[in-house]
Design a protein around this ligand. Structure first.
Ligand SMILES: [Zn+2]
Length: 216
């Protein structure tokens, strides 16, 4: 990441009234039904619909270099064959509310009120932002992505006053002993490194009034 002044970044961010492009993934009856099954199996809740009340904005990187390839991982309703580590838990494909390209272009992939599958334990109360990049766990997200994430946080906060936390995926397990954690299967955990401390530190310097993950 090029070192430029964060004040300058905030200035840039404020200048650019960013557009959110609607780029819907397939989210039909099948995905909705699989989501309901996921909520029942993992969170012990029987629900009529998959509406969430978001408390957390959870930030990721895709670990894939291009937008096209990143998006293709989220498009289908069921998981592809090469995700055995999470397919045992459910055939529901992963999803995310937002995806941010390397140049900061923001896409909304699904309704913000639907539950996405993007994290263990916290799907039922979080909005997911995926950033294209981080291939081979490299901390390579761009300044334009940082600005786009700042914009999304403000946008989501305005839409959902219930949102309290901005959290990196690598911090998700810090919620395990809090009321927000819902996963019933103690054996279902994966180790996560995205988006990393550097990106989260920069983001937190530029947003106000949001809580950090309750890590010790
Ligand atoms: Zn992630």
């Amino acid at each position: 990441m090029i070192k430029i002044s964060l004040t300058f970044l905030v200035f840039l961010g404020a200048l650019s009234a960013q557009e959110i492009i609607q780029t819907p993934i397939h989210f039909g009856e099948k995905r909705i039904s699989l989501t309901k099954q996921y909520i029942e199996k993992h969170y012990g809740l029987q629900v009529q619909d998959i509406t969430i009340v978001p408390k957390i904005i959870l930030i990721h990187y895709t670990a894939i270099a291009t937008f096209k390839d990143s998006l293709s991982r989220f498009k289908e309703e069921t998981l592809p064959d090469d995700r055995p580590e999470i397919s045992k838990a459910s055939a529901l494909n992963v999803s995310t509310h937002f995806m941010v390209e390397r140049d900061g272009t923001i896409h909304q992939l699904m309704p913000l009120t639907f539950m996405a599958r993007h994290v263990i334990g916290l799907n039922y109360n979080s909005i997911g932002i995926e950033n294209v990049g981080g291939e081979n766990y490299k901390d390579d997200l761009t300044d334009l992505q940082l600005i786009a994430n700042m914009y999304i946080v403000e946008y989501v906060k305005k839409k959902f006053p219930s949102v309290e936390y901005v959290v990196g995926h690598h911090e998700y397990r810090c919620f395990e002993n809090t009321p927000l954690w819902l996963e019933l299967d103690d054996g279902y955990r994966t180790e996560k490194f995205d988006p990393g401390k550097g990106f989260m530190d920069n983001l937190r310097l530029n947003i106000k009034g949001m809580k950090e993950a309750p890590c010790d």
